[in-house]
Design a protein around this ligand. Sequence first.
Ligand code: B3K
Ligand code: ZN
Length: 886
Amino acid sequence: MTEQQAPNVIYLADYQPPTHWIDETHLDVDIKPNATRVTARLKIRPNEARGEQTLVLDGENLDTRRVCWNDRALAPADYTIEGSQLILTGISEPGWLTTEVVIDPENNTALEGLYRSRTMYCTQCEAEGFRKITWYLDRPDVMSVFTTRIEADKTTCPVLLSNGNLVEAGEVGSGRHFAAWHDPHKKPSYLFALVAGELACVRDAYTTASGRKVAIEVFVEPKDLDKCDHAIDSLKRAMRWDETVYGREYDLDIYMIVAVDDFNMGAMENKGLNIFNTSCVLANPKTTTDVGFQRVEAVVAHEYFHNWSGNRVTCRDWFQLSLKEGFTVYRDAQFSADMNSATVKRIEDVNLLRTAQFKEDAGPLAHPVRPPSFIEISNFYTLTVYEKGAEVVRMLATLLGPEDFRRATDLYFERHDGQAVTCDDFVQAMEDVSGRDFTQFKLWYSQAGTPEVAVAAHYDENAQQYRLRFSQSCPPTPEADTKAPFHIPVRIALLGDAGQLPLQLKGHTPDDLPADNTEMMLELTEAEQEFTFTGVKEAPVPSLLRGFSAPVNLRYEYTEAELVRLLTGDTDLFNRWSASQELAVSAVKGALQTFDAEHDFAGAITPGDAWVAALAANLEHPELDPAVMAYMLQLPSVSYLHDRLPQADILALHKIREALVAALGRALAVPLSAKLKAYDISQPYAVNAEAVAQRSLSNTALLMLARAGDAEALAQAVRRYQGANNMTDQLAALKAIVAAHPEPVVQAHLNAFYAQWADEALVVNQWLTLQASRDVPQALDDVQALTEHACFSWTNPNKVRALVAGFASQNPGQFHRADGRGYHWLADVIIRLNQANPQLASRLVTPLAQWRKFGERGALMREALARINGQPLSKDVYEVVAKALA
Ligand code: B3K
Ligand code: ZN
């Protein structure tokens, strides 16, 4: 894109309330192939506070047929259509605006607005998709009561759905029928939804705490009827949980979920009519892994929780996106922690945060949780807004404690019910309840970058005092070079020989301290801060940032012996896991000193004895959650290792990591084999925390042993593949086979797997990813060939992500090939998708955006970006590519 074409930047600082309100929205959607007619009747009222008579409506790709003001058709001279704006002047009194437009859902490949997916028409309006359906004030602070009449062919579209309650339905002749829906709750246009098509339905019901009966309806293609139970159970659990934990009840008589195969993200919380990517709602033990089951539970809950955190209380503008997303991610994480294992959930979340969000925060696309500007808001549905945003809410909950936090959320929901508000309003409720001043805390919303907290410790044996000195800093990010200190809660404990030591902070009386004073939350607010503990009878090992109490990079120079102490003795299981990761980082660091790219390295690596012994002790520990154990055995990703050891070559890190997995498998062969034997693959399948944990550990052991070349594990992988009664075990066995068996065996199994599951799209996606992530020289050729395979489609985002993102993000060894072909191909894909599906294309740029961190190889990545930049680009792709190159 040339500079003159550079699209507009929108700034938070320019926010102004709307010029007009829309009190009622009456839509009439007449669905016909390639020509769907949308008539919108809007009850308009000028916003007195603005005193503005010009009304500017948003619209994109609309073929406008009629514009009426108070039922009088306006002559073309009475209004202006300029690009994506419809401008009316002299709107100083309330009145009715009617517009009639024709749209073409069949050719809407961007999957935003109204589009067609297989057997159905469906919508995706967040953030700015409603303007592709009709002229509107398409911004979240304009909230309206919607009534929607849908008319369509009876045979091809027997099911007609929209938000709220069904008020009328019937025949209209000529093989057509209609349904009218009314949503009594005011909502912004981004929460509008419509579905029309051939769908089967699974029905259930839920009674709320106050006795309201709610019908639950899940709509899927008929072939997927056997995959709805888990979503329904999850929904009911989420409804009950939100009543208990947040005092929030559902507020309509019906809750509908529709599963759609072509969908740009996971799911959408439209009021009363959630629309889901099939990958986040369908689940059946035969076709879905444990990870898939847990994802369905989490996403169903997430979208449900939005009903309060997002729909009843919504965002004033899109800069406030984290108001609903950060809070809702925090809520769904708490829910998953309560339903399954809290430690495992925390490990998973922090793993994602530390690998992917920290990377985002340290690269050219870094932005604060509340971004100050954007070109295309779709680019800001990021790990920072979602995951870091959730960490920010989590820190508020930590600082307030559970009771005040609950009082604060009650106040927030009650004070702002039916309103469109800001992140400041959220924090205000926290301040009002606790009486605390969170001015400094709010820097978490406005400053980007991951703070670094360096800790130095000193033990004074004579005085029996232990001093911790904290220094915080934050690297520069695109929006600011210098940062003010953050308000950081740091949970700590001190480990002595016989367990946690009592904590007595110098300058505090024992009365200041909680009864169980072996753990404490320290609050950092300054660049440098010191805490001294008295009465410390032995030199302790500090357990810092327990449970990852703040999203920071903690730097403390642990010795190997100290890490081993944490790994075996910390009662904070999260920190045990964190210690295992640290030990892995130092093992890789050690190996780098002697790494020689020319030579076969596998034989030379040996994990430290103390680390191996600590892992073995945990493996034999009768009470340790096997799922946590499985995570302790899994080495940090290459991507995380690269962040920690930025000078190292990415391929060197990859090779060392591979060698280390095998070496650990050999060193732990005895306890791992015992875990392998202890698991009986023929036991009936159940999805509960305990069963999931057992499978996770056993399958981790299988993979490690197979990679170590263990003959019994290799044979066991083939037996398990054949005997598995569920997808978790079958896929884990296939992965072990693919990782460690000779090529003909691998191909035979990959072919057999496809033959078995060719009709199950979601399983085929896993098959594509598995091949895309294979570290074999022909991987890129295979991936390119798979784009021609009958199962693949460029218009289905799940397929594209499975194959393309599978290769670019999960195959470091081949994506970063020295000849740059991996980068070149990814650029080709982005160019191909740029116009057809800008949102999907833009997401795929991420792996290239980090080019500055890749030394010489970075030049090839940059070249790929520059080639994309030479094309006429969508706003979405333009924004990320321009920032990456800046
Ligand atoms: N709110 C939606 C995301 C919409 C993304 C639009 N590009 C899903 C969610 O976070 O619940
Ligand atoms: Zn969300």
